[in-house]
Design a binder for this molecule. Structure first.
Ligand code: UDP
Ligand code: MN
Length: 387
């Protein structure tokens, strides 16, 4: 889609091809370096080849978009120009087996829950099949420890983090129950205190993911003194329960390896899908920008804000940051073509547009598993004076 606005295709295509080349050569060197037999290597290459061919048609456009964004981000960033390491054969199960607590670990109700619990086993059995919200309600109604709005906290130890999970939403009803099916048990195994906030956009304006997150934050803080915020796309299903949804000293990018990007980080500055900040960090960067209407760019602006505030972003190790994305069409959604112009002004706009110029009039309702905050968003609700 971006192609239409870009007169010169060749340089970008070259970047795209070199990425592919990098991908295959790194595989080569890794495999040979490890001293595996040549047959294994050939098999791997063949398998990868099949995978690449099969995915190319659907993935091509998405990778292309990311390459464009990457090239753009690089041109505009003086902060960090390094590439994400392509650790394709990285296997962390062996390494982590020693650092996670043993099965017979004893919990104490007055002690803080550890971060590396024996209940966190690693890879999750992902079930992408459709399920109704009624079925999910029925399933989780068996667990009386889940309170109204999907609020839960561990009883065998003190939660390390109070986590508000914010989900931007409009017309993706089939995704929500699939997400809950995976997220609720995972967060329980991680012994975090949590609740879900589905922030739904009403009205006819283009979708504004970032502004919805700002609204969700404000509303969530009225409920409880949350200390950690997770910004979660509704269609991202974690594949590993050791992807710990607590916060840290630095903002975190959880969705580091997406199946739709062949489990590669599309570019170093990618901050989309699932990210997390402490309340303190989020307030310091003045939240998300409100001015991104339509698809794209708001996650890159958040990355810039985080850098300008002096933070650096951390990511889960190895395969821990894997996600499956629920396939979807962009039903009538529009791209935000003004994103590159705004991204050039990230720094100047940071103090002017965000939590501090946000107005909204929410309609709040409760579901057994989440709190719904519906807002009609318009640009007049977040005016920017001048810069
Ligand atoms: N979203 C939504 N309805 C929309 C557009 C977006 O609920 O019409 C939310 C949803 O949580 C989704 C996220 O915003 O996962 C990111 O949008 P999208 O999935 O369209 O982005 P892409 O996957 O194409 O990057
Ligand atoms: Mn999506």
């Amino acid at each position: 889609l971006l192609l239409q606005n870009r007169p010169s295709r060749l340089p970008l295509l070259r970047i795209f091809m070199s990425r592919l080349y990098l991908f295959s050569t790194s595989l080569l060197s890794l495999k040979l370096h490890r001293g595996r037999c040549v047959n294994t290597y050939l098999f791997m290459m063949q398998a990868q080849g099949i995978m690449i061919r099969e995915n190319m048609r659907t993935i091509g456009a998405q990778v292309y978009e990311q390459v464009v964004r990457s090239a753009y981000a690089k041109r505009n960033s003086s902060v960090n120009d390094s590439d994400y390491p392509l650790d394709l054969s990285h296997n962390d199960t062996f390494l982590q087996a020693t650092t996670f607590l043993p099965k017979d670990f004893t919990y104490f109700p007055n002690n803080t829950c550890p971060e590396r619990l024996p209940s966190m086993k690693g890879p999750i059995d992902v079930n992408m099949s459709e399920i109704t919200m009624e079925e999910i309600h029925q399933f989780f109604s068996k667990d009386p420890s889940i309170k109204l709005g999907g609020h839960w906290k561990p009883s065998d130890c003190l939660p390390r983090w109070k986590v508000a999970i914010l989900i931007p939403f409009r017309n993706r009803y089939e995704h929500l129950p699939v997400l809950f099916r995976h997220l609720i048990p995972m967060l329980q195994r991680q012994r975090l205190q949590f609740a879900f906030y589905v922030v739904e956009q009403a009205g006819n304006q283009p979708f504004n993911r970032a502004m919805l997150f700002n609204v969700g934050f404000r509303e969530a803080m009225k409920d409880l003194d949350w200390d950690c915020l997770i910004f979660h796309d509704v269609d991202h299903i974690p594949e590993n329960d050791r992807n710990y949804y607590g916060c840290g000293q630095m903002p975190r990018h959880f969705a580091a390896k997406l199946d739709k990007y062949m489990y590669l980080l599309p570019y170093n500055e990618f901050f989309g899908g699932v990210s997390g900040l402490t309340v303190e960090q989020f307030q310091k960067i003045n939240g998300f920008p409100n001015a991104f209407w339509g698809w794209g760019g708001e996650d890159d602006d958040l990355w810039n804000r985080v850098q300008f505030a002096g933070y650096s972003v951390t990511r889960p190790e190895g395969d821990t940051g894997k996600y499956k994305s629920i396939p979807h069409h962009h039903r009538g959604e529009v791209q935000f073509l003004g994103r590159y112009a705004l991204l050039r002004k990230s720094k100047e706009r940071q103090a002017l547009d965000g939590l501090n110029n946000l107005n909204y009039f929410p309609n709040v309702t409760y579901d057994a598993l989440y709190k719904n905050i519906t807002v009609n968003l318009t640009p007049e609700l977040a005016l920017v004076t001048e810069y």
